[in-house]
Design a protein around this ligand. Structure first.
Ligand code: DGL
Length: 320
């Protein structure tokens, strides 16, 4: 076996690099926020592809291309680890990204599935997510790989993404301002009927655990809990994903040096002003500014070598 020795200087500088986190928009800030909370000395670069949100209804091969584009942008910063903080993009392109980039890439599906398998007592687990995530079968495959006796009941709940997006953009009325003090999103009463239509079949199947398989959904967790009832445990992959980030960096000896003062950088393909305003609410932490990255700039980033990976058979979780 040939052992390559990496100069100590390079290893040291690797430790100080930020963690790259990306999502189709703002939802992945729930994962970034948890990472910042668990790893307060780590710097983070967050990329929200707001101009192309939502990813959920798109063809998975289109989303795979987006994964290469954003991964290339983060690699140029550079970053020491990439978190795909979007379930749809994880389902479409996690193993592609792991082959494409030189740094560890962590998705949100496996950590969420693991937390659900640990939490369930009756081994009946519900999953809600976008059409892309649910149709990929990614959660069923991940849960079954951990415990073949677990039954997964999935439902696509695409309107929940719209509810979060609309709730974040709520108007400046007095009621909304008051609610904004307590919650990131304003949920209209009509949400509950939509939620019951989606969730009642899952409840009837006897689940005791429900995975919020979309990074937008933790922002609706209070309302979703009301609909499914207190006996159902809600799982958000944010916390488990942050644990996996910490463990991976620890194993590789790449945690930020003790006493590091973190920096946070935000970028969006959408309107930076809106990203700052809405993102601060999701993160519950003021965002000072956001860099605007144009789609033209992004589309040109992946090298020919990376684009050729798109032609290879997908090894991702495709529904069986
Ligand atoms: N945040 C995305 C996810 O976790 C959902 C939003 C979208 O459809 O882009 O799947």
């Amino acid at each position: 076996m040939r052992v390559l020795s990496v100069p100590a200087g390079i290893l040291r500088s690797m430790e100080s690099l930020p963690i790259g986190v990306f999502d189709s928009g703002l939802g992945g800030l729930t994962v970034a926020g948890e990472t910042m909370r668990q790893l307060p000395e780590e710097s983070v670069v967050y990329f929200g592809d707001t101009a192309r949100c939502p990813y959920g209804p798109r063809n998975l091969s289109e989303v795979r291309r987006f994964v290469l584009e954003i991964g290339s942008w983060l690699s140029e910063r550079p970053v020491k680890l990439i978190v795909i903080a979007c379930n749809t993009a994880t389902a479409a392109g996690l193993s592609l990204a792991q082959r494409a980039f030189d740094v560890p890439v962590i998705g949100v599906v496996e950590p969420g599935a693991r937390a659900a398998v640990h939490a369930t007592l009756n081994r009946k687990v519900g999953v809600i997510g976008t059409v892309g995530t649910v149709q990929s079968g990614a959660y069923s495959n991940a849960a079954r790989a951990l415990d073949a006796g677990v039954t997964v009941f999935s439902a696509a709940t695409p309107k929940f993404v719209d509810v979060v997006e609309a709730g974040l953009r709520m108007g400046p009325g007095a009621l909304e301002e008051w609610i904004a003090e307590f919650s990131e999103v304003f949920v209209r009463p009509s949400f509950y009927q939509i939620a019951r239509d989606y969730l009642d079949p899952l409840k009837r199947s006897g689940i005791d655990t429900l995975v919020l398989g979309c990074t937008h959904f933790p922002l609706l967790s209070t309302s979703i809990q009301q609909v499914v009832g207190s006996r159902v445990t809600l799982i958000s992959s944010a916390q488990e994903t942050a644990v996996e980030v910490a463990e991976t960096l620890h194993r590789k000896g790449q945690l930020a040096p003790s006493g590091s003062v973190p920096t946070y950088h935000f970028a969006t393909t959408g309107d930076p002003g809106e990203f700052v305003r809405l993102g601060s609410r999701v993160l519950r932490h003021g965002i000072d500014s956001a860099e605007r990255v144009s789609l033209e700039q992004l589309i040109g980033l992946p090298s020919q070598h990376l684009l050729e990976l798109l032609n290879q058979p997908a090894e991702e979780n495709i529904c069986d």
